[in-house]
Design a protein around this ligand. Structure first.
Ligand code: XMP
Length: 513
């Protein structure tokens, strides 16, 4: 059975990083809710340990999620190691009869920790270590049977362990890169305490996912909406490996994709992967629905709804029971915010499950984007898909200020292709988050071939970002900008002016609409 360390999510902002660090060390990890039924996981995995994440609550809040007798009995009876981090550390202390109190201030950022006992989870650490803290409550009184392993100036108990059982806690965040020996702490926990073998790799994830999908779907049928992005493509290939032709992949050509993209996606999935592939040419339908629509939110709504209608029609004919979705971990956390909810509702075709009444399978739900890219490459997806930069669900429509018509799409599509080519040629693509053209709704006077023109303007949007939540406009060499500008104005007669967008996010968003 696959070895697994489960991370119990108490709502901490770094929870996802914990699971990721564990996987990076070669141990499979999944994030579970504090109310999850442990029996379900015990049937699937050999549970080697638990990590309790940080969280925004205080153990004294009435509604805070506390450790349950059931959980503590489960781990103690079976002697499964458990490590509490931040809130998790306080929750253990509180449950075990210790004291948790406020230190009257926030201990936040890089902090000096004094290691009193460099043993077990702190083995190999020096007397003084830099750790990352983010808390205001702390353990002020030790529960009986426990001993202190480390402290800081403000917190008397920054690490502890039970003297006889495999229960540990740290107030700091070993998962954050600023904790210099954080990885060492995880290594100690995983390999010394939990005795994991550490031989898990992405190939195992692929094997496991295929088995899981197969077990869930059996002889039934599934459907997926392929967008051509790395997430949905990877989810589709996994599902296809599991159930073959029982999976129908639907690609809807909205007319709003980038140059040659629909053709290339069709080729990949029909010729290279031999999918049961439905290519739906819905361009006219989308353009018709978008007639006269200029408001950005209205555009998104119209596109989202049209997408769902078209997909629904295809799905009806297929008679599927399951819907495969390419949701990844950041999508799940982001959907908590209003802004992200709007963004993702189209990206993951969020309206589909309710409309279709299908059961959802999300094989990538615990992975990060770069982990998905590793899986994509292992599955043999072309580099063009594996390395694909983010592209919004509504496509080029939100890069056209004003009405979306076949003509305006043709202009922005051509300009976008030039930007892409030149940025790639200059070797800048890998360091950039996104680079594209936006067709503006203003015309200006120019002179082209000795003739006065009154034509459109295009803005270049080229940004660096880590996660799309904030972004900086990129300092692109003028020579590259010049090439892009010259090629756009030479090649596209409807454009006589190119401008560079010098706005960070915030205050601007990455997309113009
Ligand atoms: P903004 O424009 O909000 O974009 O700064 C942040 C990131 O999200 C992408 N984006 C979208 N993705 N559906 C998507 O799937 C959308 O409606 C959407 N709007 C923006 C954008 O390309 C950037 O990477």
């Amino acid at each position: 059975m696959l070895e697994c360390v489960l991370v119990m999510d108490f709502g901490g902002q770094y929870c996802h990083l914990i699971a990721r660090r564990i996987r990076e060390l070669g141990v499979y990890s999944e994030i579970i809710s504090p109310t999850a039924k442990l029996g379900d996981y015990g049937d699937k995995y050999e549970i080697k340990g638990f990590i309790l994440s940080g969280g925004p609550q205080s153990v004294y809040e009435k509604d805070s999620q506390k450790l349950t007798d059931g959980f503590m009995k489960h781990i103690k009876d079976k002697n499964i190691p458990v490590l509490g981090i931040c809130y998790g550390h306080q929750a253990i202390a509180f449950y075990e009869g210790g004291e948790v109190g406020s230190i009257g201030m926030k201990e936040y950022g890089i902090t000096d920790m004094v290691v009193d006992k460099p043993v077990s989870i702190l083995k190999g650490l020096s007397r003084k270590e830099k750790v990352w803290m983010s808390h205001s409550d702390t353990v002020t009184g030790m529960p009986s049977g426990y001993e202190i392993l480390a402290h800081t100036r403000n917190s008397p108990v920054v690490a502890f362990r039970h003297r006889g059982k495999q229960v540990y806690g740290v107030q700091f965040h070993p998962e954050v890169a600023h904790t210099v020996k954080g990885v060492r702490v995880f290594r100690n926990f995983l390999f010394d305490v939990c005795e994991c073998k550490g031989n898990w790799e992405m190939a195992d994830f692929i094997k496991e996912s295929i088995e899981k999908i197969n077990a869930s779907i059996g002889e039934k049928k599934a459907i997926i909406a392929l967008s051509g992005g790395v997430d949905s493509s990877t989810a589709a290939v996994l599902a296809h490996k599991a159930i073959g032709k029982k999976l129908t992949s639907v690609f809807i050509d909205t007319g709003l994709m980038r140059k040659n993209e629909p053709e290339s996606i069709k080729k990949t999935f029909t010729q290279d992967f031999h999918f049961n592939f439905r290519f739906v040419d819905a361009r006219d339908r989308f353009f018709k629905a978008l007639e006269g629509v200029v408001d950005p939110e209205e555009k998104r709504k119209v596109i989202g709804e049209t997408f769902i209608r078209v997909f629904e029609e295809v799905a009806e004919g297929v008679g599927a029971d399951y819907l495969i979705q390419g949701t990844i971990y950041p999508d799940r956390i982001e959907s908590g915010t209003d802004d992200a909810a709007t963004i993702k509702s189209h990206h993951n075709v969020g309206g589909l499950p309710e409309v279709l009444g299908l059961e959802i399978i999300e094989p990538l739900k615990d992975l990060y984007k770069d982990e998905v890219r590793v899986v994509a490459r292992k599955l043999g997806l072309p580099e063009e898909i594996a390395e694909r930069h983010p592209f919004p669900g509504p496509g080029l429509a939100i890069r056209i200020i004003g009405e979306v018509t076949p003509e305006s799409v043709a202009i922005v599509k051509e300009a976008d292709a030039i930007v892409k080519e030149e940025i790639k040629k200059a070797g800048l693509d890998e360091s950039l988050w996104q680079f594209f053209a936006v067709l503006l709704s203003i015309k200006s006077v120019g002179v082209q071939g000795d003739v006065r023109t009154y034509q459109n303007s295009v803005a270049l949007r080229i940004v660096e970002s880590v996660d799309g939540m904030t972004a900086n406009f990129a300092e692109i060499p003028y020579s590259v900008l010049e090439k892009i500008s010259t090629r756009i104005t030479n090649k596209i007669p409807e454009v006589n002016r190119v401008v560079y967008d010098l706005t960070h996010k915030p205050p601007g968003t990455i997309e113009w609409e």
